[in-house]
Design a protein around this ligand. Structure first.
Ligand SMILES: [Zn+2]
Length: 498
């Protein structure tokens, strides 16, 4: 028994054992009880959600002599015979390795033979989307007029690849992802049964790592059992999964919150050196901020999250430093990376760029911009002061548009119009005999300059300095590929682009 995987060992034998697919189980049981069994079924859904298991239970149940609540009894001659893998009445075909039309013809030729044991011959065709077009066509005729004793169960993860002609002849059942709490219950049952001890937090991590697939969760459970020697703990599960220590993630989150780009990059470098996979780290960060979000928004977050007290305390600390919006931003950035990782081998650079932009964030970059503008203002104020001290009065200068414009800015400063002065400095100017053209590429700046009140002030100042016609335009600037300069500006000389 020891070498059989948990997944095989705990495969459901009856409808009662199937978890998370109540809507399907109920319908199938009713059909068996009412004698309204169909001839063609399509089972679709993600891997590990129970399609093949349910197909097998159903195949035995329709043949069972004494079904128990519509499930196979497991004791009658039909059940015993059909439990053998080489029986003649439940035929399992893996379409992934039997795609040719000849193989399907061979199957179809034998469909006419009656079952040897029970009432039905059941064909379970797994990965049915892999069949060739010709194979589907050959199959279609049989599906249109199946013998009374034949039942076809087509299983697939890719329902969109099934021809409509086939779909229209099948009763379709969509298998759902199984909730983590249901998987956790199942895991506990299995662990109790094999006398393995566990803590709830460890079980919860395994259940979540299954991502809706009971099979995947049980495979992970298998690894954890071997690794932990019969005592499954939260930390041992994290080690098996290669998941990040929450304390390290909290460090990184701290650095991001305080806009400490250097600290954030150092933390990533440390994890990278430890052999941590960047996609896994991105996914860990995403779950971490999901948990933070729970704490910020749910009253009973502690119960919902099922994490150890120490981790919970950590999260509470981090939650204080983050707004809901910021949590969402980071989660979105990390989730977006999942797609980017597929098209690039530069996983570390991608993650670093995402983290840096989260750390710098919209708020932080606004601050940087404000600081930059304030520096400009101070320089300008200084200049204006020194000009005033030297008794300088701005005089109209017609030849140099730039100079005129600087004088406009200075005069605006004199009048206490700081914002307007700053906006003015962002423009590109040029002039001819009649027009003084002010070109603005930033929409926000354009809006400031063309605001009615501002425009009046500007006109007033401009009129005193020039007799040209003032023309303010919003121009779209040609945008180059922004990403490379952005990455370079973030990392400076430390970055090597391979
Ligand atoms: Zn039976």
């Amino acid at each position: 028994m020891a070498n059989i995987s948990l997944y095989r060992r705990y495969r459901p034998e009856t409808f009662e054992d199937v978890i998370g697919q109540d809507h399907i189980v109920r319908t199938l049981k009713n059909q068996i009880a009412n004698g309204t069994v169909g001839h063609a079924y399509l089972f679709t859904g993600t891997r590990g959600t129970g399609k093949t298991s349910v197909a097998r239970i159903f195949a035995r149940a329709v043949n069972c002599m004494h079904p128990v609540d519509a499930s196979p009894c497991g004791k009658c001659p039909a059940c015993l015979e059909l439990a053998l893998s080489d029986n003649f009445d439940i035929i399992e075909i893996d379409a992934a390795s039997n795609t040719s039309v000849d193989q399907i013809r061979e199957l179809i030729d034998k469909v006419g033979f009656p079952p040897t044991i029970g009432k039905y011959k059941v064909y379970i065709i797994d990965e049915v989307h892999m069949l060739s077009k010709n194979a589907f066509n050959a199959f279609l005729k049989t599906l249109e007029e199946p013998p009374a004793h034949a039942i076809f169960i087509l299983a697939t993860t890719e329902v969109h690849q099934i021809p409509a002609t086939i779909l229209s002849r099948c009763l379709r059942f969509d298998f759902r992802l199984v909730s983590a709490s249901m998987i956790a219950e199942r895991l506990k049952h299995v662990f109790d049964d094999i006398h393995v001890t566990y803590d709830n937090e460890g079980v919860s991590v395994i259940a979540n790592a299954g991502r809706g697939s009971v099979r995947d969760a049980l495979s992970i459970a298998d690894m954890c059992v071997s690794y932990s020697g019969g005592n499954i703990t939260y930390n041992s599960v994290l080690e098996v999964l290669g998941a990040s220590d929450p304390a390290k993630i909290a460090h990184l989150a701290d650095a991001v919150a305080s806009g400490d780009v250097d600290g954030a990059l150092t933390e990533i470098a440390r994890m990278c050196e430890m052999g941590k996979s960047m996609p896994v780290l991105a996914s860990d960060l995403s779950s971490f901020f999901r948990n933070v979000l729970y704490i910020k928004t749910c009253k009973n977050a502690k119960q919902l999250l099922s994490i150890p007290d120490t981790t919970y305390t950590l999260l509470v600390e981090v939650a204080k430093k983050y707004s809901v919006a910021k949590c969402m931003t980071i989660m979105k950035a990390m989730n977006a990376l999942e797609g980017d990782f597929r098209y690039s081998t530069q996983h570390r650079i991608l993650l670093e760029a995402a983290i840096v932009s989260c750390a710098a964030g919209p708020e932080a970059s606004d601050n940087a911009k404000i600081r930059e503008l304030e520096a400009k203002v101070m320089a300008l104020e200084k200049k204006v002061k020194s000009m005033a001290q030297s008794g300088f009065k701005p005089t109209p200068v017609k030849s140099d548009a730039r100079q005129v414009w600087q004088n406009v800015a200075s005069e605006l400063m004199n009048r206490g119009q700081r914002l307007l002065a700053l906006a003015v400095l962002e423009a590109d100017v040029s002039s001819d005999d009649k027009k003084f053209v002010v070109a603005i590429s930033t929409k926000a700046t354009y809006d400031i300059l063309t605001d009615k009140t501002n425009r009046d002030i500007l006109n007033d100042v401009f009129k005193a300095l020039s007799n040209l016609e003032l023309d303010i335009k919003h121009v779209a600037k040609y945008e180059e590929d922004k990403s490379l300069p952005f990455v370079k500006s973030m990392f400076g000389s430390k970055l090597e682009i391979k």
